[in-house]
Ligand binder design. Sequence first.
Ligand code: PRP
Length: 173
Amino acid sequence: MKQFEKRILFDSDAIAVRVKELGAEISAKYPEGNLLFIGVLKGSFMFLADLVRHVTVPCCLDFVRISSYGNDTVSSGKLDIVMDIRLPVKDRNVILVDDIVDTGLTLSEYRKRLEKESPRSLEIAALIDKIARRERHVELDYCGFRVEEGFLVGYGLDCDERFRHLDGIYVLE
Ligand code: PRP
C-alpha cells in the first residue's frame, strides 16, 4: 500500500470550535426549526454528525450519496447519484451539507435538483472551501475553513477510501 506524508492543517480542537459556531449560527437563524439537513455521503458523515449535535432547534436528517470522482483524484465532470434522499423537501428549511467544495460540481448540480422540489429555503454548509480548482460557483452560507489548494484527508475526507476516520484534517505531501 502506498505511503503518504501527512501534515496537520486543522486539528480536532480547531474543528470542534468552528463546527460549534456553525451549529449555533444555524440554530439562531431558524428558531422555528423545520430544518432538513441533507448530508452528501460519504465525505460529510463526520462533519454532519458533529454539526447537528450543536443544533438546538427541531430538525430531520437525510442523506444522498453522490460520487463524481470514483477512486480517482480528478473529477469526471459527471454527477453520479448512487442513493438519493427519501424525505420530502417541499416547505422545509433545507441545509445541504458536504465536507469540501472543490470544483463545485457536486453541490451546484445537486442544489439545482433540490430547488425543483420547492423547499421553503435552501442553504449550503461545507466544512472546507477549497478554491484553486473551482469551476462552478457555489454560494456557501456556512463555511468552516477556506483553503487555497492541497489534497486534504481526514474528518471524512479520503484518498482512495483511506483516512476518513482521522479526527483532524491533513494535507497529503
Ligand atoms: C468529494 C467530496 C464532495 C465532492 C467535492 O466527494 O466529498 O462531495 O467530492 O468535489 P467537487 O466540488 O469537485 O464536486 P467524492 O465524489 O470524492 O465522494 P466521497 O464523498 O464518497 O468521498
